[in-house]
Design a protein around this ligand. Structure first.
Ligand SMILES: NC(=O)c1ccc[n+]([C@@H]2O[C@H](COP(=O)([O-])OP(=O)(O)OC[C@H]3O[C@@H](n4cnc5c(N)ncnc54)[C@H](O)[C@@H]3O)[C@@H](O)[C@H]2O)c1
Length: 329
């Protein structure tokens, strides 16, 4: 029987304690929402150093959250598993170029976490996040509502930031979503943006020219690449966004955000607005798109499906090879 004290603890496991994983852990310590953060990383020296450094941030006494190193098996029993494990883009590299490496890491992670707690919620951060979310769902065997990717939540926060500057209002007065892929085929759902309850075209009259829209979406799409070119990674924005999603889940907050999850009618995972709570995706929130946005969504899904098809072949070929090697020897 499980130790009852264990069941009273709330734990978040973070796989990968590089720039993103450690920043997320730090954010979870400063804004405590769980009793324990479990860090897992095959680089044991780095892992132990991160645990010691992060633990030092807990001794001032303003947090109840403890940090410890764990194994993939431990992680598989956590309430929430955040996957930041994997290669990151170098300057000038696309997120999709990481696919082969990160898909293999993902597949090995699920092999070592098994058997996974059937109530765990998985939050994918590693890139290409929409494709990895799709495969995490397959590899984990968890219900699709329990597998979420951070998707365009970070892009949407950036959009909110730049529109808040233009309109001279607080960012949290803006409801604006980037939808689709967390990548080049993402699109801004311009037709549904509001400031308070005011549609954007009324809040910013005479501003929404094609040039304005194009410069904003170019900024949002390219923001990560510009930061990576200068400092080698992005960590604070995504650390904060991932920590917020953890909170929506553990506090059953029912917050609406664009996140990546399985879209049965599109055959892939991509970002659309959803209600997020203790069971993961509580429900999709319908969004009204205009004809251009509908075409952008279709084209984005087509691209993601083609990548999924290629990656499925690669995974199957790997399995064939493993079977052949086992049979030989
Ligand atoms: N979704 C987003 O919006 C977003 C934003 C920023 C970064 N990212 C992605 O997050 C990922 C991590 O970025 P980073 O800057 O932290 O990279 P990083 O290289 O600093 O850290 C990655 C860590 O993963 C570890 N790792 C590798 N295999 C592992 C395994 N099997 N189990 C556990 N850990 C393992 C590595 O040892 C490394 O420490 C990248 O794929 C990056 O592209 C996503």
């Amino acid at each position: 029987m499980a130790d009852p004290a264990h069941r009273l603890k709330t734990s978040i496991a973070i796989l990968g304690c590089g720039d993103v994983g450690s920043t997320l852990a730090y954010t979870l310590i400063l804004n405590p929402i769980c009793s324990e953060v479990i860090l897992v990383d095959p680089k044991t020296e780095l892992l132990n150093a991160q645990v010691r450094d992060l633990s030092d941030a807990t001794y001032r006494g303003n947090t109840g959250t403890k940090v410890r190193a764990g194994t993939h098996k431990d992680a598989g029993q956590a309430d929430l598993v955040v996957i930041t494990a994997g290669a990151k883009q170098k300057a000038g590299e696309s997120r999709l170029s990481l696919l082969s490496r990160n898909l293999h890491i993902l597949s090995s992670i699920f092999a070592s976490m098994s058997p996974i707690n059937p109530h765990t919620i998985l939050l994918l951060v590693a890139n290409p996040v929409d494709i990895l979310t799709y495969f995490a769902r397959k590899l984990s065997g968890l219900p699709e509502s329990q597998v979420i990717g951070t998707g365009t939540s970070l892009d949407s926060a950036r959009l909110r930031g730049i529109l808040a500057d233009k309109a001279d209002v607080a960012p949290n007065s803006i409801d604006a979503y980037v939808l689709g892929e967390h990548g080049d085929s993402q699109f801004v759902a311009w037709s549904s943006i509001t400031i308070g309850t005011t549609p954007l075209h009324l809040a910013l009259p005479n501003t929404l020219t094609p040039e304005f829209k194009s410069s904003i979406s170019t900024h949002t799409r390219g923001a990560a690449a510009a930061i990576i070119a200068a400092k080698g990674c992005t960590a604070y924005g995504i650390g904060n966004i991932a920590a917020s999603i953890c909170q929506y889940i553990l506090f059953d907050q029912r917050t609406v955000r664009p996140v990546s999850f399985y879209q049965p009618e599109l055959g892939c995972c991509l970002s659309m607005p959803a209600v997020i709570g203790r069971k993961g995706i509580i429900r999709a929130m319908p969004v009204e798109l205009d004809d251009t946005e509908k075409r952008e969504l279709e084209s984005c899904a087509r691209g993601l499906r083609a990548i999924i098809e290629g990656a499925t072949k690669e995974l199957n070929a790997d399995k064939e090879l493993e079977r052949a090697l086992e049979a030989e020897g």
